[in-house]
Design a protein around this ligand. Structure first.
Ligand code: SF4
Length: 245
């Protein structure tokens, strides 16, 4: 375990609490980074609420991970949901598996099932914590520990694990015997909705586990960390001509 990075990540978390107090939240998706951050938060006794978004398409294993974390630390994770009317309208207009037919429809699904629910959560806070790391993609190569200018939500973002490697994440989990998502044992790297996540082969790009049917140039973020202009949803009926884009 890299004690220097652990200490630094704890410092980032403590600085965030000192600056924002009750106006700080951690929206967690319960991947490996989430396990590390929750353990750090609980070890330090930091009163940071943990929230997750139940998109309606999550794998059962995510709920098992949530319950294992709750049991280990004696906490309750707040689970928030998309607006059911928005989901109904989207499915009525485009079908339940719209995300497979066009990039715009995949972004619309992420917008309604993830981005808007998170926006409703963040409306009550000044800042949030993420588990993003520089190693995850070229787009994140220069990820700072603190982002003052979030283009999506206008909130301050803290990335305490920005300089951690995947190996360091797992060294921590094993050393601390932290509960982790069961799908990591089945070769899943990045975990999201069941229908949009798959295991990857040894040596394969981790991004191959998400939205793998899209061209690699567009299979990027889900909208939680990119400008809204890049995820503008199409109107019902639009965006379906480009099947297989
Ligand atoms: S990951 Fe897939 S199912 Fe989940 S919100 Fe995005 S497009 Fe929809």
């Amino acid at each position: 375990m890299n004690e220097t990075k652990v200490k630094h990540a704890l410092e980032i978390l403590k600085q965030a609490v000192a600056r924002h107090g009750e106006k700080l939240v951690y929206p967690c998706s319960f991947g490996a980074e989430g396990s590390v951050l929750i353990d750090l938060i609980q070890r330090a006794g930091l009163a940071i609420p943990i929230v997750t978004i139940d998109t309606g398409r999550l794998p059962q294993e995510t709920f098992e991970a949530i319950e294992a974390i709750e049991k280990r630390y004696g906490i309750r994770v707040r689970i928030v949901f998309p607006d059911c009317h928005e989901v109904e309208e989207m499915v009525a207009a485009h079908g339940p598996n719209l995300f497979r037919r066009a990039v715009e429809l995949r972004r619309l699904c992420c917008e309604i099932r993830k981005v808007r629910p998170l926006a409703r959560v963040l409306a009550d806070y000044e800042a949030w914590i993420t588990g993003r790391r520089r190693e995850q993609s070229a787009e994140r190569a220069n990820l700072p520990f603190v982002e003052e200018d979030d283009p999506v939500y206008g909130k301050i973002k803290y990335n305490p694990l920005a300089d951690w490697t995947w190996k360091e994440v797992w060294d921590y989990i094993r050393a601390r015997e932290v509960p982790y998502h069961p799908l990591h044992d089945r070769f899943y790297h990045s975990i999201g909705c069941a229908c949009c996540t798959r295991p990857i082969a040894v040596g394969e790009d981790p991004r191959a586990g998400r939205w793998w049917w899209e061209h690699e140039d567009v299979a990027e973020e889900c909208g939680l960390h990119v400008p809204a202009s890049r995820i503008a949803p199409p109107k019902p009926g639009e965006g379906e001509q480009g099947e297989g884009i």
